[in-house]
Ligand binder design. Structure first.
Ligand code: GLP
Length: 261
């Protein structure tokens, strides 16, 4: 796991956009794993600017979102499929229908989850997965206790996650759905490169467990310690509980810039 501590969100967005830009140059039809939430916004803003400037194109690429609330109406602004369209997809040049998400309105949820896994496999798997992290260490919506071998399935949201996400539902925790569909931890682990972003002191405890704690279902993101190519992009606040922060800083400073992440 490579940990990079950067001055701010703009620097995080720029470094991640470099990695995505170079992936798209090598492989224009790359498959991207897309996360919602505030953490990836700096990446999406930077990619939208580079797409406008003509230095990156998603015209042949495709995308798969991580997760979705169960039961939100198709036109609900907080439905993750709509959020990712607003935050990213509509701002770049993906071909129509190139970005997919799990169907939170499916009548047969197990079969919708199996179809989603099949579609990702059919596309050749995810080349680069963007991730945020919940304050309780969840990735996607794999809440504490999730099987480390899980694939896309329905999950019950924790009270803490519903409280954290109430800000998107007029601060009304009761309006936050109780269930979600999420790529599993094993699904996320299948991506060839995982880039996780965390900023702010609210994420510091989760980041500590992700990078330096025991690998445990109690802190689901800790499974990424087993990933052969996981990059964690942090600001100083999110890195504030890392025991080896100085070492991570020194290591990254000594790394030749051409290597990228
Ligand atoms: C939600 C999403 C996660 C996201 C997390 C953190 O629970 N399902 O994918 O990583 O929130 O969100 P934020 O980046 O807004 O802190």
């Amino acid at each position: 796991m490579e940990i990079v501590i950067l001055p701010d969100s703009d620097a995080i967005g720029s470094l991640a956009a470099d990695a995505i830009g170079s992936l798209l140059q090598r492989k224009p039809d790359a498959v991207l794993g897309l996360a919602t939430g505030s953490s990836p916004l700096a990446i999406y803003n930077e990619l939208a600017a580079r797409c406008d400037a003509g230095s990156v194109s998603f015209a042949k690429a495709s995308g798969f979102t991580l997760d979705e609330y169960v039961g939100l109406a198709a036109d609900h602004p907080e439905r993750y499929r709509n959020v990712i369209d607003t935050d990213f997809v509509s701002r770049v040049d993906f071909a129509p229908g190139a970005v997919h998400g799990p169907d939170g309105l499916a009548e047969d949820i197990p079969s919708a989850c199996a179809s989603y896994e099949a579609a990702m496999a059919e596309a050749g798997g995810v080349d680069l997965q963007i991730l945020g992290i919940g304050t309780d260490g969840h990735i996607g919506f794999n809440e504490p206790g999730s099987s480390l071998a899980s694939r896309t399935r329905i999950k019950t949201l924790t009270r803490q996650t519903r409280i954290d996400n109430a800000r998107f539902f007029d601060d009304n925790v009761d309006a936050v759905p109780t269930h979600c569909l999420t790529q599993g931890l094993a699904t996320i682990m299948s991506a060839r490169h995982v880039v996780l972003v965390a900023t702010g002191t609210g994420k510091a405890e989760a980041v500590h467990h992700l990078a330096e704690g025991a690998v445990s279902a109690l802190w689901p993101a800790s499974i990424l310690q087993h990933h052969p190519h996981a990059t964690v992009l942090l600001d100083s606040a999110a890195a504030s509980r890392l025991q080896l922060a100085d070492y991570y800083r020194e290591t990254y400073q000594a790394k030749p810039a051409w290597q990228g992440i």
